[in-house]
Design a protein around this ligand. Sequence first.
Ligand SMILES: [Zn+2]
Length: 166
Amino acid sequence: MGMSDAKIGAGFVRYLDNWVRGSQEQLAGLYEEIEGAEQSEFPWEPAVAALARLDERRLWKAFGTDELQNLYDWAHEAEMPVEAERFMSAEQARPYIDDGKIPSDVRALVMSRDGERCQVCGSTDDLTIDHKITPWSLGGSSTDPSNLQVLCRSCNSRKGARPLED
Ligand SMILES: [Zn+2]
């Protein structure tokens, strides 16, 4: 360890914040840097703090249970209770975080509300439930019927992940 007394400039903190907002691969890379920190003298405390500033869903998607446990342990050992708490709550939230699957009761409700037909072309064949307003990948709900609509597979694939324009 031994980096706790190091002066870390605001520029480096911004750099880390940009890093953690990057791709899944960049997050995995930062995790590896932290894991190997004792050998490489990587300033891991600000790196752990930067990861702890991510929202729970991002942490949960990027890291498995073991990795979140390690992050918790590292933060805990470094006496970073706020950060440790963040990793723990991301792990504890796992069963409750929207994973993009639409629950069967919500699916049934949306089907019946939309008259079991495609809301674009009226087809009754090959129906899917679509994230209507905000795609799940952009944080849209999979459990709120107002964010969902019935589309046939061909209208849905034509729409892609873009919000449908009226
Ligand atoms: Zn259609």
